[in-house]
Design a binder for this molecule. Structure first.
Ligand SMILES: *Cc1c(COP(=O)(O)O)cnc(C)c1O
Length: 386
């Protein structure tokens, strides 16, 4: 397919290529000095104690969940309208994912009122996902955590370096998880990061990342140790220095890219805000944001499938973020969810449409997309107008 406007694009250029070739030339490819530097720079920019770089966002979430030492029967509350990773890692740990509603079509983040309804004596944690780079209601979520003695994990895969009244996203709860997958605002191809204020949690995550070995090959290389013990049940979730080299460059580009994303979102808003057939989530939102996605919610009488098909015929890629996790067959079969279990999520998710957003888009491309969406939403057939 020859897209005229792709959903995502990467800002990787000669700077990342140079950084990566330096690593390849150095002949140290796995976790080493470059990863250490990436972790330190990331933690510093987030103004937090430390960071542990891992092989994916899913690995970051898995290590966060493992660090809680959940028991079978424990429950973790999370939004259904999210990527499946947080539910999957919870299920892997033996605990039960409990899905909560989002606030509504105007705000696609988890609803604290619904979280509280779902808290039981078995609830251990809340996973807050900052949809599209927009902060969850952390004031209310942190108050619930305090009241019921719960841990807050932030799925900040969409939200690197977003400043809020509770600090940077990822550091406002107890553990923060980031993804550096190819479509994210910072990419290392595949990769992720765990952050925490508590040095004990960081130590635990770092240990679990590398099979709970007392020393790693980087220590051995530096002559610090030649043998090791294993004091727990870990995994290999290490990133490579190749990825970390990319990540360091991407981190430097983030602020500039953010400005561009913001301008494009404002352009979309200005071109679409008058349409009664479309509602624009987060339109009235104040404050910092990572502008990772541009979601819109179609009115119920519009056929999303047909709109996506027509956009595709005009070379415009679109997507859906997300099909509700509780309706995937595994989660229905395993935990008894069914259509109707989360009516708000199901209604909004069925009408959500994600339009292209990335820093390399031109204003003209955004106008082209917005015009196409306008025509489709207002029933003017673009084909008959040619
Ligand atoms: C991308 C993403 C993840 C998983 O990250 P990977 O690096 O793809 O494993 C988790 N949660 C959300 C919300 C994401 O967008």
């Amino acid at each position: 397919m020859d897209w005229q406007v792709t959903l995502f694009d990467t800002t990787v250029d000669a700077a990342e290529i140079n950084a990566v070739s330096q690593v390849l030339t150095s002949r140290w490819l796995s976790v080493g000095a470059v990863t250490e530097a990436f972790e330190n720079e990331f933690a510093q920019q987030l103004q937090t104690t430390g960071a542990v770089a891992v092989s994916s966002g899913t690995a970051a979430l898995h290590l966060a969940v493992l660090a809680l030492e959940l028991q079978p029967g424990d429950e973790v509350i999370m939004p259904s309208m999210s990527f499946v990773a947080s539910a999957a890692v919870t299920a892997h740990s033996g605990a039960k994912p409990v899905f909560a509603e989002i606030k509504g079509p105007h705000d696609l983040t988890i609803d604290p009122v619904d979280i509280e309804r779902r808290i039981t004596p078995r609830t251990r944690a809340i996973i807050a996902m900052h949809y599209g780079g927009y902060a969850c209601d952390m004031t209310a979520i942190l108050a619930l955590a305090q009241k019921y003695g719960l841990t807050v994990i932030e799925d900040a895969a969409h939200a690197p370096l977003v400043q809020t009244e509770h600090g940077m996203l990822g550091t406002s709860g107890h553990i923060g998880c980031f993804s550096f997958f190819a479509t994210k605002n910072i990419t290392t191809g595949e990769g992720g990061m765990v952050v925490a204020q508590d040095p004990h949690i960081l130590q635990k995550v770092r240990s679990l990342r590398s099979h709970c070995m007392t020393t790693n090959s980087w220590d051995k290389q530096k002559g610090r140790s030649s043998s090791y013990d294993v004091h727990g049940l870990g995994l290999n979730y290490r990133i490579t220095d190749i990825g970390s080299a990319m990540g360091r460059v991407q981190l430097q580009k983030l602020a500039h890219d953010r400005q561009r994303r913001k301008a494009l979102v404002q352009l979309y808003f200005s071109l679409l805000q008058d349409l009664p057939e479309i509602s624009l989530p987060f339109f009235a939102r104040q404050g910092d944001c990572a502008y990772h996605l541009f979601p819109l919610i179609l009115s119920p009488n519009l056929d999303r499938g047909m709109i996506q098909e027509s956009l595709k015929m005009q070379g415009i890629q679109s997507s859906v973020h997300y099909p509700p996790t509780h309706l995937f067959s595994f989660y229905q079969e395993q935990y008894g969810y069914q259509p109707g279990s989360l009516p708000i999520t199901e209604d909004v998710a069925a009408r959500e449409l994600t339009l292209p957003l990335h820093p390399l888009l031109s204003d003209d491309q955004v106008s082209y997309v917005a015009t196409a969406v306008r025509r489709l939403a207002t029933g003017i057939n673009s084909a008959s107008r040619r």
